[in-house]
Design a protein around this ligand. Structure first.
Ligand SMILES: [Zn+2]
Length: 307
């Protein structure tokens, strides 16, 4: 059977090349799906570490949600060109993590302005350039930029909301507090009822809680969930409806509740990691390996609350 594989790979590669505009509900990395007129969801390939991107077409320009890793930035840039000849004017970093922001300099070199809520710049000061240097060891796309660290967003948003409205479309950048990270930003299109969530909402067992505020996370999602939303475009995993926000909030609530209850009974971290099983209702977000890390993060955060 071995000789069949290269042929199959070729078939799949050809199909992938044709699959720029697809519409299906299962995973389809590195493809673009039209969500509403002028609103496109680009699913990142997690094997390359890429986050998802959203491309929003305005009258004279494009807005891109998340800078991605450098390799993802290049791929998203190429797709943006295929969608529209309009230039990318703004790239919004939903948060400070490398897979959402390390491509910043590529976008600004191409003429875009990068922007984010001020908590993003604050967290970059705290964690960088250590994480950049670490990433450059294993990622060629980061290393070959030859930068001393990530390029911070060019524009900080100091309010809880920032609006771009060119008459053709209204785009709201919203901050509801600390969930996945301190600087978490959402992008909301009120007319189209589209919500881009960054990693405050993910579709699958992809929750990274290292820089999070697990206790506050459900409150952030409760605020986001008050918006009129039809399409949820998460930071990782496939697009979904508003039920994804509620499910992600439920996962964080169950995680926090289970760890807190165990700690109240005097259990040690290792005991919690060995004994906690979250309910079936949140299984979309659970993988055994990541749950152990999430339990540890929640445990540390309950011991030393973040605010
Ligand atoms: Zn993240």
């Amino acid at each position: 059977m071995k000789h069949v594989r290269p042929f199959l790979l070729l078939v799949f590669a050809t199909l992938a090349g044709l699959a720029l505009f697809v519409s299906r509900s299962d995973a389809n990395p590195e493809t673009i799906k039209r969500i509403a007129p002028g609103v496109y969801f680009r699913e990142g390939d997690m094997e390359q570490g890429h986050c998802n991107n959203v491309i929003v077409e305005m009258k004279d320009y494009l807005i891109v949600v998340d800078a991605n890793f450098p390799s993802g930035a290049r791929a998203a840039m190429a797709d943006a060109k295929r969608i529209s000849p309009k230039p990318v004017k703004y790239v919004f970093d939903t948060h400070h993590h490398g897979d959402h922001l390390y491509g910043n300099s590529l976008w600004t070199q191409a003429g875009a302005t990068t922007l984010a809520f001020k908590g993003v710049a604050e967290e970059l000061k705290r964690f960088e350039p250590a994480r950049w240097e670490e990433a450059a060891k294993s990622r060629k796309d980061v290393a070959e930029l030859n930068q001393p660290g990530p390029e911070p967003p060019k524009q900080d948003i100091n309010e809880l909301q920032y609006v771009l409205n060119d008459g053709s479309r209204k785009v709201e950048f919203r901050h509801f507090g600390w969930a996945h990270t301190k600087g978490d930003g959402f992008v909301y299109l009120p007319k189209e009822q589209v919500l881009c969530t960054g990693d405050a909402v993910v579709n699958g067992p992809f929750n990274n809680t290292a820089d999070a505020n697990v206790a506050n996370w459900p409150s952030v999602l409760q605020a986001a969930g008050k918006l009129k939303v039809k399409f949820v475009l998460p930071g990782h995993g496939v697009d979904a409806g508003p039920e994804l926000i509620a499910g992600q909030a439920q996962f964080m609530m169950e995680l926090h509740k289970a760890v807190k209850a165990g700690m109240d009974q005097g259990k040690k971290l290792e005991e919690l990691q060995a004994s906690i099983h979250l309910p079936e209702t949140v299984k979309n977000w659970v993988s055994e390996r990541s749950l152990k890390t999430q339990i540890k993060d929640a445990y540390d955060q309950i011991k030393a609350p973040r605010q």
